[in-house]
Design a protein around this ligand. Structure first.
Ligand SMILES: [Zn+2]
Ligand SMILES: [Zn+2]
Length: 80
């Protein structure tokens, strides 16, 4: 049985329609990524393993440098 409906992303007729495995939205073939099984919106959110890892690394780096700054400030205050 073929799904049919209105694409929740572009508003066009989705024939065949696909259902996003993440948000469950009905989308057309243009707005569906068959590789990931996700709609365009969720695919953009998820991004890809590589880019999400880089984001986590970046956050980790930010936290580390912030911690260093606090440490240095405390030392400076103590020696002060
Ligand atoms: Zn669409
Ligand atoms: Zn989705």
């Amino acid at each position: 049985m073929r799904l049919k409906g209105i694409c929740s992303i572009c508003g066009g007729i989705a024939d065949p329609a696909y259902s996003c495995s993440m948000c469950g939205a009905i989308v057309c073939s243009k707005c569906f990524n068959s590789k990931t099984g996700l709609c365009k919106r969720c695919a953009a959110k998820v991004g890809g393993d590589r880019s999400s890892n880089e984001t986590i690394k970046g956050i980790d780096e930010t936290v580390r440098s912030a911690t260093e700054t606090i440490k240095q400030n405390m030392l400076g205050w103590r020696n002060g």
